[in-house]
Design a protein around this ligand. Structure first.
Ligand code: FAD
Length: 416
């Protein structure tokens, strides 16, 4: 099936680089990833072949700055391209996001934050180690931060610790839902830096450090037999006295906490996967009602007014979702204003919830024959249900932050 771009370059005024990257990703995703998605989902296996293709296409370094040999995509450019990936295979797009974050956070996001020259030089030296591995050796990075407690929601320091020792760090802890577990070469781990074992756990001491997957003391445990996003293989990671050399730091000490508070849009990188699924629900419904889905009888259903109304509703929901999301990613910057931040939360909530609403509408509108596992819609339904659970900006937390921000200005409190 030939698909037009989710964001038409002319209508949405994309730059040449944005249009080119989106097209390259769309072609790869449509030709290779969409046909394989069903198998990874059915078997809950990691999309290894897709990663080989992404490496061959030179896309593992999509967010590595051009000065370092990568494609140099900034936050918005990456988000637009990643949506095309999500349209074909949610699990590939979501895991790719974990990999890309290691480059985006250390690249575009930190490059757009002021930093003193010494720390900047230290950071550039650190990130180069990781960029070379990705570009030269095809290394893949995961991004485990969740621990099943308030840390991933941003309310307290990570329980996983990095204790300073001679020549490096000793990592201890446990990360749940670690996508790419057992498949990544490095786990880009968020943990609390300690100078001594009895130091207090402070959020400002958060470290971002790459743990080699073959380091002694790293263990993958548990199973990953889930309702949706089955190909992400997000099993539990256990770190027991894992020694990690200093050169594995992805950022200098203290930089992550400042970046996370000044660059809140960084948490929106989980959305393009679901923006792509939302589009895929619409693509499928239109093709199915026209009798054009390969492998199904060429029966047309488009002449029924109820189907037409349902498709119109889907179209409206999709356009609303795209417009809000596009605006939010277009205004992403360090230290956003209050209304920009509120729009980012609103966009996150909208994409995550609407992707699943569109999947529901797709099933109801197309009819019973599309719930077969041989067709992608029931996978869209299951995968999209996972979006609003993703910390730190779950749908609930977005509502929570939005409600408070709408009713209170900074520093305001109630007497009773
Ligand atoms: C398919 C998939 C892939 C994922 N991949 C990764 C990955 O690669 N890396 C990673 O780190 N994580 C990943 N996640 C994890 C994700 O972000 C969540 O951490 C995960 O869904 C499990 O969270 P939980 O059940 O502990 O969350 P919750 O119980 O929802 O939240 C954890 C804690 O946050 C606080 N909290 C949550 N909601 C509220 C609220 N409304 N008000 C106040 N406090 C609140 C509470 O303290 C709560 O105990 C993935 C999740 C999914 C679904």
């Amino acid at each position: 099936m030939t698909l037009s771009p989710i964001f038409d370059p002319h209508s949405w005024k994309l730059t040449r680089q944005q249009a080119d990257l989106c097209e390259r990703v769309r072609e790869l995703a449509t030709e290779r990833f969409a046909p394989r998605a069903n198998v990874y989902d059915r078997d809950a296996t990691f999309p290894t072949e897709n990663y080989r293709d992404l490496a061959d296409a030179g896309l593992l370094g999509i967010c590595i700055p051009k000065s370092e040999g990568g494609n140099g995509a900034d936050l918005k450019t990456y988000m637009l391209a990643a949506a095309e990936l999500g349209r074909a295979c949610g699990a590939t797009a979501l895991t790719f996001n974990m990999h890309v974050s290691s480059c985006l956070w250390t690249g575009d996001l930190l490059d757009r934050l002021e930093m003193n020259a010494v720390i900047r030089a230290e950071h550039h030296e650190m990130r180069r180690v990781h960029y070379r591995r990705i570009l030269d050796e095809g290394a893949v990075y995961a991004q485990p931060f969740s621990e099943g407690n308030a840390a991933a929601a941003g309310f307290k320091a990570f329980g996983t610790t990095a204790l300073k020792v001679d020549g490096g760090w000793l990592i201890n802890g446990r990360k749940i839902f670690a996508s790419l577990a057992g498949h990544a070469d490095y786990y880009g781990t968020l943990c609390t830096g300690l100078s001594a074992p009895d130091d207090s756990h402070l959020r400002r001491n958060t470290m971002y450090i790459a743990v080699p997957s073959d380091a002694e003391g790293v263990r993958v445990e548990g199973t990953w037999d889930t309702m949706g996003m089955r190909g992400t293989v997000s099993r539990t990671l256990v770190f027991k006295d894992v020694f990690v050399a200093d050169r594995e730091q992805l950022m200098p000490r203290g930089v992550y906490a400042a970046a996370a508070s000044r660059w809140p849009h960084m948490f929106m990188t989980l959305t393009p996967t679901y923006m792509g699924i939302a589009q895929a629900c619409h693509d499928f419904t239109v093709a199915y009602l026209r009798g054009e889905v390969p492998g199904t009888p060429p029966v047309k259903r488009r002449m029924y007014p109820t189907k037409q109304i349902a498709v119109a509703e889907m179209q409206i929901m999709l356009e609303q979702t795209k417009a809000l999301w596009f605006q939010a990613i277009s205004e992403a910057r360090p230290d956003p204003g209050k209304s920009e931040l509120m729009r980012a939360w609103a966009a996150q909530h909208t994409v995550m919830e609407n992707a699943n609403k569109l999947a529901q509408l797709a099933i109801r509108t197309c009819g019973g024959q599309v719930i077969m596992r041989s067709l992608p819609v029931e996978r869209f339904y299951r995968d999209s249900r996972c979006g609003s659970l993703m910390l730190p900006w779950t749908a609930e937390l977005c509502l929570d932050m939005l409600g408070k921000a709408a009713l209170y200005e900074s520093g305001e409190a109630d007497d009773d």
